[in-house]
Ligand binder design. Structure first.
Ligand code: P6P
Length: 341
């Protein structure tokens, strides 16, 4: 069982969000209700992830999802659990998932339905069978004024700077929930003996500079040339030290390390994914929100990710996210060079 320490008060995530939502006059407990949907669902997901090798849940579900990817059984389970628990909240009007082609309307006609939740139920799921960390990402948007439930696109196709909350759960050597409601970034470690997420990383700050760059270098030949030259700069020591490379191939895990240790994570445009591989609404936006709240930065190679106006629910974007020193150098070396070109 986690023991309280003088440095960190012994708080559950529910107790923490009650304090946080006092910043939102009239929020009437909506956030704690929404977040309890996330915590309940992810506790069930992590239980399956931890036992994936023991139950008949490994391997492919056989179906192909909207991304054209073979659905892993855990993908399907995770999606169904999140839809169930988030759909129970009267304050939720729209759910949108990486696994579903279209947004889902819940609580038709409820006057309290003021939030849309966009999520990737199990990011990195291709790593499940080889026991590599995977994650759940979520983004919470407020209903645009004057928009009805049946205009579900209007609810979700909002720029990331409209997010009222965002976060992820990383199912790694421990299960950690990281979230922000715009008042800093806070991390909670699941205590299996209590079945509760306990505050373990209050007020997380991304180091101004880090030791690592994180990119799939197998595609380097198809990056825009300046990206490869930028990576060479990091390796050369021009920023004060020679960077090491870390790449897990699971965005949530790669970002979680970047948040804790600093550095830069990149998924550039490639030949097979000229718009980048990562999804704007439920991968890049929540990550960018957290990065900025923790003192870091997130761009799409040209502009702030959070300022991108989405045009479709599953649209992709390039992503460069991380510490201020590395991102400022990227902007000078890559963005400004391309502007001059
Ligand atoms: P690649 C996992 O499939 C994912 O969507 C992200 O979690 C991860 O960052 C990326 O794809 C890895 O892609 O092309 O390097 O295998």
């Amino acid at each position: 069982m986690s023991e309280p320490s003088a440095a960190v008060p012994f708080l559950t995530v529910q107790q923490h969000i009650v304090e946080e939502q006092k910043r939102f006059p009239g929020s009437s407990g909506e956030f704690s209700s929404l977040l309890s949907g996330i915590t309940m669902a992810t506790k069930m997901i992590q239980d399956k992830v931890r036992r994936a090798g023991l139950s008949d849940i490994l391997g492919e579900h056989g179906d192909i999802n909207v991304q054209g990817e073979r659905q892993q059984k855990l993908d399907v389970y995770s999606n169904e659990v999140l839809i169930h628990f988030l759909g129970l909240r009267d304050s939720v009007g729209i759910l949108a998932s990486e696994e579903n082609e279209n947004p889902m309307i819940v609580h038709q006609g409820s006057k309290d339905a003021n939030y849309a939740i966009v999520f990737d139920p199990l990011d990195g799921s291709s790593n499940i069978d080889v026991n590599v960390s995977v994650g759940t990402t979520f983004s919470i948007l407020r209903r645009p004024s004057g928009v009805e439930l049946d205009d579900s696109d209007a609810w979700v196709l909002q720029p990331g700077n409209k997010q009222v909350a965002a976060g992820y759960v990383v199912y790694g050597s421990s299960t950690i929930l990281v979230y922000s409601v715009g008042n800093g970034v806070h991390g909670f470690t699941l205590d299996p003996s209590l079945g509760a997420y306990i505050l373990s990383h209050p007020n997380m700050r991304m180091p101004d500079q880090g030791p690592y760059y994180s990119v799939n270098e197998a595609y380097r030949d198809t990056f825009p040339p300046r990206y490869g030259e930028y990576i060479d700069r990091l390796r050369s020591g021009v920023l004060g030290h020679k960077y090491a490379s870390r790449y897990i191939g699971s965005m949530v895990a790669d970002f979680h390390r970047t948040l804790l240790k600093g550095g830069v994570f990149l998924y550039p445009p490639t030949e097979s994914n000229p718009q980048g591989k990562l999804r704007l609404l439920y991968e890049a936006n929540p990550i960018a929100f957290l990065a900025e709240q923790a003192g870091g930065m997130a761009i799409d190679g040209e502009r702030r990710v959070l300022d991108i106006q989405p045009t479709s629910i599953h649209q992709r974007t390039p992503l460069v996210v991380g510490s201020r020193v590395e991102l400022a150098d990227f902007e000078r070396f890559v963005c400004q060079a391309e502007t001059k070109a």
